[in-house]
Write a new protein. Structure first.
Length: 262
């Protein structure tokens, strides 16, 4: 698959879809509480998709049965919503994509359920720090390896491990397009970003050893040692003079305050 370049009008459509995606994630995050099942989260996401008149990127993708991925604690990615009940102190990733006028956007947040431990607070902060440090490096002429090195540097500085099998990607008419955007420098090429490209930057990392395994459902990926994992993600457009975040969310300060302890 070749890299595709979008016109300003096409990027505007992606931004509109990304804004809706951000609103839905904010709704879901504000409603998070102990006692919910991950299927209930999926059901609510379906209601919001209908409300905002957008389609789900993930539903039916290679047969995926949900509209949102809901990894909890040791689960990493691609978790099918089901009967797992959220408990006080869990943390959960909400990984979500929408289609608006045929254009995909993709974003993820990791948040706490009720009050969470300082260990989990620190892990969420590290992910957000890595994501936004990498975004600030984006611009025309920048090599993708710079993004990769930035993510890896921040994550490892904070004492966590990159899960190398799972990476960021180009995005547009297809959910996954070229170029690949690794989260570590060793596998990052010298491909340069150009205006009109759109990419999803998504640090995926864990607190223990970085080994992973796929469960019997052929979707849910978990850490082999049972350690906590997290993912954060934004869809970014490369502009003539830098970048634009296409999946900006409404102010989520109140969401984070619910589980950050003083």
């Amino acid at each position: 698959m070749q890299i595709t370049y979008k016109t300003p009008a096409e990027i505007a459509d992606m931004k509109h879809g990304g804004k809706i995606l951000g609103k839905i994630l904010t709704h879901l995050a504000n409603e998070m509480k102990p006692g919910l099942t991950t299927k209930m989260i999926d059901d609510r996401a379906r209601e919001l998709l209908e409300k905002y008149k957008v389609e789900a990127s993930f539903l039916g993708y290679h047969g995926f049965p949900g509209v949102i991925c809901t990894p909890v604690n040791e689960e990493v990615v691609h978790t099918i919503p089901g009967e797992r009940v959220l408990e006080e102190g869990d943390f959960i990733t909400l990984d979500f994509g929408v289609i608006y006028k045929g254009w995909h956007t993709d974003s993820a947040i990791t948040i706490g359920v009720g009050k969470i431990s300082k260990e989990k607070q620190d892990m969420i902060r590290a992910g957000e720090e890595a994501l936004f440090a990498a975004i600030k490096k984006v611009g025309p002429g920048v090599e993708i390896r710079v993004i990769s090195e930035t993510v890896q540097g921040v994550i490892e500085k904070n004492g966590y491990k990159i899960i190398r099998e799972l990476i960021g990607h180009g995005i547009g008419r297809n959910l996954h397009e070229d170029p690949q955007v690794p989260n570590y420098s060793a596998d990052a090429g010298k491909q340069k970003l150009k205006a009109g490209m759109t990419i999803a930057i998504e640090p995926i990392f864990c607190a223990g050893k970085p080994g992973i395994k796929t469960l019997a459902d052929d979707w849910n990926i978990v850490t082999k040692d049972g350690s906590m994992a997290a993912q954060v993600e934004h869809t970014i457009a490369i502009t003539e003079d830098g970048y634009e975040i296409l999946t900006e969310r409404e102010d989520m300060k109140s969401v984070y305050e619910t589980f950050y302890q003083s």
